[in-house]
Every structure is written in C-alpha cells, then in structure tokens.
Write a protein that binds this ligand. Structure first.
Ligand code: FE2
Length: 133
C-alpha cells in the first residue's frame, strides 16, 4: 500500500513538507516495484537515494528546530540518528546478502513506516512552534 500525503503529515513548513513528500515518494517507488515483482532491483537506488537525501533533509530540519528552539529538538535529532543507524544496517545487509523480498519489506517497515510515525509525532511540532512564535 503506497503512502498517501495528507494534512496529518503537514508540518506547516513548506520546505520540510516538500522534502518529506520526496522521501515518501521514494519509498512508494520501491513499493510499486515490489508489486510488479521488481522489488529487488529497486532496493539499491532507494538505499543510495536515502543515504544522500535523508542526510541532507535531517540537516535542514535540525537547523529549523534549532532556530525555533523547539523543545523536542534533541529528541528529533536522536531519532534522526536512529534512522541513519537503521539505514546503515540495511545497507550493510544489502551489501552482504543482496536484494530479497524480505529486505524490501524491512525497508518499507523500518524506513517508510518510521518516517510517517516520526513526522506525525515530532516533525509536526515544528508547525506548532512556528504558529506560536
Ligand atoms: Fe525529524
């Protein structure tokens, strides 16, 4: 099931929202490939994209949290570090064992679902802070 953008994911910061949408679109690309039985081929580009783009995005977002001195800025940064660790672990697994349906499913669960939950729990605080400022 593809991720669908909705207001429940909007942070109120247009740059962050655009970057979040780009990240979710990338996971959707993997899900589409999995449905067509090409999941294994989509893993490597997805990992490469995420390694670069998620890293850049986290830097932008952490700077925005710091500017607003958001109370959850440390928790946000900690969760980003956790994501980077998970991504590194999945990259290592891909390098060791190659692609598989099981790895595609883990990518969806541990990166895609993580992203949605993280945006809803923490990143949306950014909008709340900006509105209060
Ligand atoms: Fe975040």
């Amino acid at each position: 099931m593809a991720y669908v953008w909705s207001d429940s994911l909007a942070t109120g910061n247009p740059c962050m929202d655009l970057e979040h949408r780009t990240l979710l679109e990338q996971v959707n690309r993997l899900l589409g490939a999995m449905r067509e039985g090409r999941g294994k081929d989509a893993i490597e580009p997805m990992l490469a994209f995420l390694a670069r783009y998620a890293d850049e995005h986290f830097r932008h977002e952490e700077a925005a949290f710091a500017r607003l001195d958001c109370p959850v800025k440390l928790e946000n940064a900690r969760e980003h570090a956790q994501f980077r660790k998970t991504l590194a672990e999945l990259q290592a697994r891909y390098a060791r064992d190659g692609g598989s349906a099981a790895l595609s499913i883990d990518l969806k669960n541990r990166l895609g679902d993580w992203l949605v939950s993280h945006i809803q729990r923490l990143d949306r605080e950014l909008g709340a802070m900006a509105r209060a400022a």
